[in-house]
Ligand binder design. Structure first.
Ligand code: CUV
Ligand code: SF4
Length: 629
């Protein structure tokens, strides 16, 4: 069994907990992944369709069985439609997260959201100005209301393009205009994606995919960007901070509360409640040494970025965190929350709490959070967690003895520019001088198809050793944190040029820029670099990578990176191999359309070489020195 666990994860805490899960007879995501083998080949290649009930249909990849669905759709059409629906779901998820934040902003403006406030009025003013609002002499709440309404307009269809698209370099916007990818309303593009992929609508696979890219852009430069900006306005722009990561952040003698999901709207109020003096006093009275709030997944990332909150683990660790038996309560919002986790929790004393009407789970207690009641709800939940401490079954508690790894977090674009002394110029100079070869956003999830955190660690260690600056978000950022990449000590593993520059700036070689919606911070940064250099994003020596992605949201992120001109590597293969036309378009043809493609390579070593070669080629094209790889 131990050998098997070594195949599941590269992490020490993960292996220890897999062993405990076995002893405790708790099933994990890896067990269920085994039980699914072999996966359906039609679905894996994208060749099955159930878009209508003349079907379900499938196309035989070997050319022997049927080559068309009942309606006549062939492999190209079916694969393209399936991919488009995947991207629509990802765009819908991130953009709906943004919408919830805009609604909180509006309630704050109306004085109806007692637990929230405007933490960053300067950002409120600057974003409002970008929306063309008259900001002078207006008080914060009036402006917040106007901005919320203007953002809601972006979701609809009344404009020819989403507002924040203006942040993209002019050359990039011209490309989108030319190829028909300029995103109009956020909801419009997603809704249109569903329309186009209905039986008998868009049956030109190229045109389906062009729209899918436009849909992804409506999220990247629309819904997700709004999510990040409003989070900063409401909760503050992240600034560099010190934190810790891995399972060792759970504490034996304290009330452990874990927040899980993506939207900081709920968890920010939990942070506040955990500091309430009367609750801390109650924890003591119950025999606990205090309240220990930690995060997992992207909700954890949001709180780590803004509060330096400790991080217990990423996607594949979410069940295992509960297997410690030391968690009094897990509070979830939405996205990437495996419905299995309430079964896991049922083996221990852990209380499981859902908070959003759109994300309910069997076996969880539901406590609906609204902007009006959020803080009160949070207080009530923390109180219940404190009370649950005495119900711990000490025989089943075992937190693996790993020392929490130190982490530097909070590298928002504002913080990065701050570290650079107020302008992106020092970074550009370092790139021009060849000390830093380029930058890569390593982002995305875990997937049991890939050894947990292996892809992230391997790829990133190669990149930094080759003088490439790494920015991370999502589950990758947790993997990197646990591997120790986000400390100044990690500069020992960096190439000489990267080490020199990062040492001078006092930053690690791997920068935590946030959660998955915060991938837009990378778009903002590359736009700033391109604008300063007077070039397009596709001219820059940069790339994106999702070595262990699993989710529909990650597919959408990959698409908006590529459509924005950034070569993007994917570890796991998306379900497209049933159509060589689609594969060729994604991995080659898009170069002529948007100046970037996908590169698909499960082996992180090989992937690093693809990325390094790409960066050196881009350097050459810019007239900078380039190394042979
Ligand atoms: Ni989005 S990164 S599993 S929690 S999308 Fe979720 Fe953040 Fe992947 Fe991880
Ligand atoms: Fe079959 Fe066409 Fe219906 Fe899909 S849309 S299920 S291919 S008939």
């Amino acid at each position: 069994m131990d050998a098997l666990h070594d195949n599941y994860t590269v992490t020490e805490d993960g292996r220890a907990l897999l062993k405990k899960a076995d002893n405790d007879q708790v099933e994990t995501v890896w067990d269920r992944h085994q039980a699914q083998q072999p996966h359906c080949g039609y679905c894996e290649t994208g060749l099955s369709c159930r878009n209508c009930i003349m079907g379900p249909c499938r196309v035989d990849p070997f050319g022997e069985g049927p080559q068309q669905g009942v309606c006549g759709a062939d492999a190209d059409i079916i694969v393209a439609r399936n991919l488009a629906r995947m991207i629509a779901a990802g765009a819908a998820s991130h953009s709906d997260h943004g919408r919830d934040l805009v609604e909180v902003l509006l309630k704050v403006a109306e004085g109806k959201a007692a637990g929230y406030s405007i933490k960053d009025p300067a950002k409120l003013h600057s974003v409002a100005a970008e929306y063309g609002l008259a900001v002078d002499g207006k008080d914060d709440l009036t402006l917040a209301g106007e901005l919320a309404h203007a953002m809601q307009e972006d979701y609809g269809t009344r404009k020819s393009s989403v507002t924040l698209l203006a942040r993209a370099p002019e050359k990039r916007r011209a490309i989108w205009e030319k190829v028909g990818m300029t995103p109009r309303g956020i909801d419009r593009e997603t809704s249109e994606a569903m329309h186009r992929t209905h039986m008998g609508v868009d049956n030109d696979w190229v045109s389906i995919l062009v729209h899918a890219m436009r849909n992804a852009l409506s999220d990247g430069w629309g819904g997700s960007m709004i999510a990040t900006e409003v989070s900063d306005i409401l909760f503050g722009i992240p600034q560099p901070n010190k934190s810790t990561a891995n399972i060792g952040v759970l504490q034996d003698d304290k009330v452990n509360i874990v927040v899980h999901g993506h939207n900081p709207v709920v968890s920010e109020t939990v942070v506040a409640a955990c500091n309430a003096p009367e609750l801390l006093k109650q924890a003591e009275e119950n025999g606990a040494g205090g309240i220990n709030l930690v995060g997992v997944c992207c909700t954890g990332n949001e709180l780590m970025m803004r509060h330096g909150l400790p991080m217990a683990g990423n996607h594949l660790m979410t069940e295992l965190v509960l297997v410690t038996g030391a968690v009094e309560m897990m509070i979830v919002d939405y996205q990437c929350i495996m419905p299995s986790i309430s079964q896991t929790a049922a083996c221990y004393h852990t209380k499981m709490i859902s908070t959003s009407e759109k994300a309910k789970f069997p076996g969880m207690e539901h406590h609906e959070f609204t902007p009006e009641n959020a803080y009160q709800k949070a207080e009530g939940l923390v109180k219940a967690a404190v009370e649950n401490f005495s119900r711990r079954n000490q025989n089943r508690v075992a937190i693996p003895a790993v020392r929490p790894q130190e982490v530097v977090s909070g590298l928002s674009v504002e913080a990065i520019i701050g570290a650079l002394g107020g302008t992106p110029d020092p970074l550009i100079d370092a790139i021009k001088a060849g000390k830093i070869r380029g930058a890569v956003g390593v982002v995305g999830c875990n997937n049991p198809k890939i050894k947990h955190d292996y892809g992230h660690r391997e790829l990133t260690s190669q990149l930094i050793a080759n003088d490439i600056l790494v920015l991370d978000t999502g589950c990758v950022s947790v993997a990197h944190a646990k591997a120790g990449f986000k400390t100044l000590d990690a500069l020992e593993q960096a190439g000489p040029g990267l080490k020199e520059i990062c040492t001078a700036l006092g930053i690690p070689p791997v920068l935590h820029v946030g959660s998955c919606v915060d991938n837009v911070r990378i778009l903002v940064l590359v736009s700033a670099l391109a604008n300063t250099l007077g070039c397009d994003i596709s001219d820059l020596p940069v790339a994106g990578s999702a070595p262990e992605w699993y989710s529909e949201k990650a597919a959408t992120i990959g698409c908006y990176f590529v459509a924005s001109g950034v070569l993007t590597h994917l570890g796991p293969m998306p379900p497209v191999t049933g159509s060589m036309n689609v594969v060729n378009l994604l991995t080659k043809g898009l170069e002529d359309v948007v100046g970037a493609t996908f590169a698909i390579e499960p082996d992180p070593q090989k992937a690093s070489r693809i990325i390094i070669r790409h960066i050196e080629n881009k350097r050459k094209a810019l007239g900078l020195d380039s190394r042979d790889v």
